[in-house]
Design a protein around this ligand. Structure first.
Ligand code: CO
Length: 157
């Protein structure tokens, strides 16, 4: 069943609803991207190009996260390669502990604030508060302690 046409209506009816009168519960719309922690962005980009024929975006600086990222698109699902730019980056700490590899899965949702409210009501922990991501869309990370070990990012459409 598809709720999206109702939920996505003119300037989000959800915001006008009183608490407890939400129209539809949140749902995961699609996998937006998969975040992969890497040591050397140039090397990994070359690998995906040569081996899998992917075209890779330019490197994007994300100074507040101490990261450089590059993206590729696989039939609408992006791979987001994350390279730490210094040892204090959370990605550097992840690589130290677990090595390179899948770091998080990002799902698109209709409304991050609504999702957070619902998830907190259900007792889930967030890593931090919702904030603007590098693409100017609102994002939030859910603690893997609350999600059976997967770091989940939610991103607003
Ligand atoms: Co991400």
């Amino acid at each position: 069943m598809c709720w999206s046409k109702y939920v996505r209506g003119p300037q989000s009816a959800v915001h006008r609803l009183k608490p407890g009168k939400r129209q539809k519960p949140m749902r995961l719309e699609k996998i937006e991207h998969i975040g992969i922690a890497v040591k050397d962005l140039g090397e990994v980009s070359g690998f995906y190009k040569d081996v899998f024929g992917c075209s890779i975006s330019k490197q994007i600086d994300v100074p507040d996260m101490r990261l450089k990222i590059a993206l590729t698109d696989v039939s609408g699902v992006k791979l987001e390669f994350l390279m730490p730019t210094d040892s204090q980056s959370t990605i550097a700490k992840f690589i130290d502990k677990r090595g390179e590899g899948v770091h998080h899965i990002c799902f698109e949702v209709h409304d991050v604030d609504q999702a957070v409210e619902e998830l907190q009501e259900k007792g889930l922990e967030l890593v931090d508060k919702p904030r603007m991501g590098s693409e100017g869309k609102k994002i939030v990370f859910l603690s893997p302690k609350s999600t059976h070990g997967v770091l989940i990012e939610l991103k607003e459409r």
